[in-house]
Design a protein around this ligand. Structure first.
Ligand code: PEP
Ligand code: MG
Length: 556
């Protein structure tokens, strides 16, 4: 029977396919006793599971290549460690089930590793993953991590972290549904980057049975469970119509009366460049460089490795603008070797620029790599710092850029309300502002961007957030400088008009959203955008703000 669930639509389009769950951590298997005559059979089961997991890890390594391959091969060896296997056999011989014996043998080994010096202790997470895989196989539950599937599927998860998705095959994922997360969570950002439809904050998503057919409407936030043929046809036709209308809109971003609003792309690395160029991005408004740092949990990438990635991106936009954000580690993007492990509240701790000021060598390497990558290229390089709180932060960042010999514009992201409130003072040190509305919403409403239950407050239509955008844009105008938006707010076609009306000078978003925003801007004049912005700010809730702007823009 068809049922409809409702969450928050965060990436446009319709996906129809079977549910595959992101495997979760394995629960502790019960410690029950088996009769002695079952021991041999259980030992056989354990051995088969170990061999299958090792083979799977090796195969995944061959597929991934590079540094991921080395990690996966090391894990395959861990799975087959002879001493561990002897311990598993011994535990089964005295009455353990295969899954419990694996669980306990790995626990003992884990303890040894954890106490055996820094390097080996760092491998504990890899060991846990191997154990989870073997236990999952023995219990017949989904494997932890990205599902194994040769057929395209809709990925269902509690939430997705950047590290979870490093091995995701974009050709197999039709769309995302998550139980947690809000419009600015990494699930939402990743879905937009891949150009697949997504619904987040969907209550009950985790209970959808594996293999169930669902239709995900990323525009309305609806998820239809077991849709009938008529519903499928109706959704597909609507999505095709929308796509055709969008394909007709091309060229630089501008309002109906020609007020230019450059439309830029948010990217995570060179792999995202092709989609950005194809969508007609006029440059890059946010290069999230932290994705370069995810491969190695111990060290920052070398200057050379960074140089290569930056150069590839800069070369793709000759005469275009490329805004690179220096590393934003911490909070929802922790890095083992930089992020303090014991902070009670990481979102309010040492993250973003704060981390870099504590580790000046990491910032220096990054800025030097960027300076070298831009040499001789006709690109407009801009470099900005995440999590700037005040003028002193902006000054420290500008100083580091100058010392690295960077020939670029230096800017500050406005993600903390204090930076918006004192934007003119921040602008004494830097040449542009870029509003990170995801974190700005998080900090304005004290609402964790990863928690689905507070997604109402993460809504970028909240009038208080619009007030902070207006303050920043007005300050930039008064100083004769630019103020863009690179948070997810820019990817909402209606809100893009309101942001333009508030005085924002460029909009940066996942490539897949660019055609939608371009088409929406082209339908409204600047005066209409300004009226819509004023109407939205006069409202008292996100819902009323959206309705008020919609009424102005549709000429009601
Ligand atoms: C933001 O906070 O709006 C932003 C663009 O940065 P990120 O989403 O990477 O934290
Ligand atoms: Mg941010």
């Amino acid at each position: 029977m068809e049922t409809t669930l409702r969450g928050v639509g965060v990436s446009h389009g319709v996906a129809i396919g079977e549910v595959r769950h992101m495997g979760t951590a394995v629960l502790e298997p019960p410690a029950k006793q088996i009769p002695a005559e079952d021991a041999e059979r259980e030992q056989g089961r354990a051995r088969k599971a170990v061999e299958a997991v090792a083979a799977d890890l090796t195969a995944r390594g061959n597929l991934a290549g590079g540094e991921a391959q080395a990690v996966l091969e090391a894990q395959a060896m861990m799975a087959q460690d002879p001493e561990l296997l002897v311990d598993v056999d011994r535990r089964i011989a005295v009455g353990s089930t295969a899954e419990r014996a694996v669980y306990d043998a790995f626990a003992a080994y884990r303890e040894l590793l954890a106490n055996a010096g820094e390097y080996l202790a760092g491998r504990v997470a890899d060991l846990d993953d191997v154990r989870n895989r073997i236990v999952a196989r023995l219990l017949g539950v989904p494997m932890p991590g990205v599902p194994d599937s040769d057929e395209p599927y809709v990925l269902v998860a509690r939430d997705l972290a950047p590290a979870d998705t490093a091995l995701l095959d974009p050709t197999l994922v039709l769309g995302f549904v998550t139980e947690e997360g809000g419009p600015t969570s990494h699930s939402a950002i990743l879905a937009r980057a891949l150009g697949v439809p997504a619904v987040v904050a969907l209550p009950g998503a985790s209970e959808l049975a594996e293999g169930t057919l669902i239709a995900v409407d990323g525009s309305t936030g609806e998820v239809f469970v077991n849709p009938d043929e008529e519903k499928k046809a109706q959704l597909e036709a609507a999505a095709a119509e929308r796509k055709a209308a969008l394909a007709a809109s091309t060229g630089p971003g501008a309002t109906a009366d020609g007020h230019k609003v450059p439309l830029l792309a948010n990217i995570g690395g060179p792999a995202d460049v092709a989609a950005a160029v194809e969508a007609g991005a006029e440059g890059v408004g946010l290069f999230r460089t932290e994705f370069l740092f995810l491969d190695d949990s111990k060290n920052a990438p070398s200057e050379e490795k960074q140089f290569t990635a930056y150069r590839q991106v800069l070369e793709a936009f000759p005469e275009g603008r490329v805004v690179v954000r220096v590393l934003d580690a911490g909070a929802d993007k922790p890095l083992d070797f930089l992020t303090p492990a014991d902070e009670p509240n990481p979102a309010l701790g040492v993250r973003g620029l704060r981390t870099l000021l504590d580790h000046p060598e990491v910032l220096r390497t990054q800025l030097t790599a960027l300076a070298k990558a831009a040499e001789g290229l006709p690109v407009y390089l801009e470099v900005m710092a995440p999590m700037v709180a005040d003028r002193a932060d902006a000054r420290a960042f500008a100083q580091a850029c100058r010392e690295a010999g960077l020939r670029a514009k230096f800017g500050a992201m406005v993600e903390i309300p204090s930076a918006a409130l004192r934007a003119r003072s921040v602008l004494q040190e830097v040449e542009f502002l870029s509003l990170g509305t995801n974190d700005l919403a998080q900090y304005t409403f004290a609402a964790d961007r990863q928690v689905g239950a507070v997604s109402r407050l993460q809504d970028p239509w909240q009038p208080a957030l619009l007030d902070l955008v207006a303050l920043s844009a007005e300050a930039a105008k008064a100083e004769g400088k630019s103020c863009g938006v690179c948070g997810e707010a820019a990817s909402d076609p209606l809100l893009a008009c309101v942001l333009t009306g508030l005085g924002v000078t460029s909009l940066s978003m996942g490539a897949a959203s660019i055609p939608y925003v371009r088409a929406s801007l082209a339908k409204a004049t600047l005066a209409q955008c300004e009226r819509a912005a004023a109407a939205a700010r006069a409202a008292d809730s996100a819902e009323d703000a959206r309705a008020a702007a919609q009424a102005v823009l549709s000429g009601e």
